[in-house]
Design a binder for this molecule. Structure first.
Ligand code: BGC
Length: 382
């Protein structure tokens, strides 16, 4: 369906234009309901992450077919504005967080056909704001009901953190079954749910993904440590310590001393995106340990690696290395639930994760200037 373009049905959007190597605010067509299961969502908050910043250096990200530009943004909190006639689960005014990835079109792609496009087997998936589909850094967007997740009103201030929290949620759906191979540590807490009690977890990196991961692991009972580069005290170390989680600076505590302090490392949640430190930490992973990679480093010159040590350990210590990307619907539901848990446990720290909220007019500097603070957010409504 072609839309009529005139001034009245255009709105502001933050976009990357690969051909011009430009990041700018464009006039973007205001969305119309294209099918009866669609919802028009008004943007409230859109978070900025490393992926957005990378797209702005033009090494990643693709506009949709037929468009010169890609509207950015995949971490969104919005409010329902208008509903298609078949939408049953939402009403105007409801808060929603959309997921990011959409399935490929191939009949033989079992994961996509099962609504598990985070495991797409063809690579032809699209991702809103990242790969061949416009994102959410715009005043309004249209989305099918099935890709929207309801958010309770008490999470209004922090729900833009749902998407980065889904990363650890999906990771844990893979960690728990792996942990279960060890019946003697298969502790079950209340409700028969697994717990991390008695296990040591290390979070690598103290950005938003790392801190949210640390919150999750701590709330699941793991004896949690954050290992990050910057010397303490700093904004991130103080936030981490306020959760009752030790922050250890890699600049101050060498790996060997860190390893001694923690003891057997049962789980590493990598949220730093830097291969050199990640592989060094992999080399100190404990017996029967699990290492989860979540970072996506940009291509750089090859690094030296203690490959024999790592390979020996992986084998002789029964280790498991997991890579995880994107998240399914279940992980979004879990993230919204856990955000509520964190809001009860650490309300001030959770809010303090969002260090800057600015209007669209400041989006270029947030995307292009040196990264500062923890989570920066573009607020479409003050
Ligand atoms: C997003 C994921 C996405 C990945 C790769 C991340 O920043 O959170 O949803 O799958 O980038 O494009």
């Amino acid at each position: 369906m072609r839309e009529r373009h005139n001034e009245a049905n255009k709105m502001q959007a933050v976009a990357a234009i690969p051909k011009k190597k430009e990041v700018t605010i464009v006039d973007h067509p205001r969305p119309l309901l294209a099918s009866d299961d669609e919802v028009i969502v008004k943007s409230l908050d859109v978070g900025i992450c490393g992926t957005d910043r990378e797209i702005c250096t033009f090494v990643y990200g693709d506009p949709p077919h037929g468009s010169d530009y890609l509207v950015l943004g995949h971490e969104s909190l919005g409010v329902v504005q208008e509903l298609g006639s078949a939408v049953e689960g939402f009403k105007p005014g409801d808060l929603v967080v959309p997921s990011v990835r959409r399935p490929c079109v191939h009949d033989h792609c079992a994961p996509c056909r099962a609504d598990l496009q985070d495991f797409c087997a063809t690579g032809d998936f699209v991702e809103r704001g990242i790969k061949m589909s416009h994102g959410y850094m715009t005043e309004f967007y249209a989305e099918r009901e099935k890709y929207l997740n309801p958010v309770p009103a008490n999470l209004r201030e922090v729900a833009v953190l749902v998407e980065p929290l889904t990363i650890v949620e999906k990771a844990m759906t893979q960690v728990w079954p792996t942990q279960n191979r060890l019946p003697w540590v298969r502790h079950h807490g209340e409700n028969g749910r697994p717990t991390g009690k008695g296990l040591n977890a290390v979070v690598l990196g103290a950005g938003p993904v790392g801190i949210l991961g640390a919150m999750k692991l701590k709330s699941e009972g793991f004896n949690t440590f954050v290992y990050s580069r910057s010397k303490a005290p700093n904004l991130k170390s103080e936030l981490v310590e306020s959760l009752g989680i030790p922050y250890i600076s890699a600049l101050e505590t060498p790996l060997e001393a860190f390893s001694e302090r923690v003891g057997n490392i049962d789980l590493v949640y990598e949220a730093v995106g830097v291969s050199s430190i990640s592989y060094r930490v992999l080399s100190i992973l404990g017996l029967n340990g699990i290492f989860v990679f979540t970072g996506i480093p940009s291509p750089k010159p090859a690094i030296e690696l203690e490959a024999d040590v790592i390979m020996r350990n992986v084998v002789l210590k029964n280790q498991v290395v997991i890579g995880t990307v994107n998240a399914d619907q279940g992980s979004f539901v879990a993230a919204i639930k856990d955000l509520n848990v964190f809001m009860n446990l650490w309300p001030e720290a959770l809010k303090a994760l969002i260090t800057r909220r600015c209007g669209v007019e400041d989006s270029r500097s947030l995307l292009l200037d040196k990264a500062a603070g923890i989570k920066n957010v573009i607020a479409f409504e003050s």
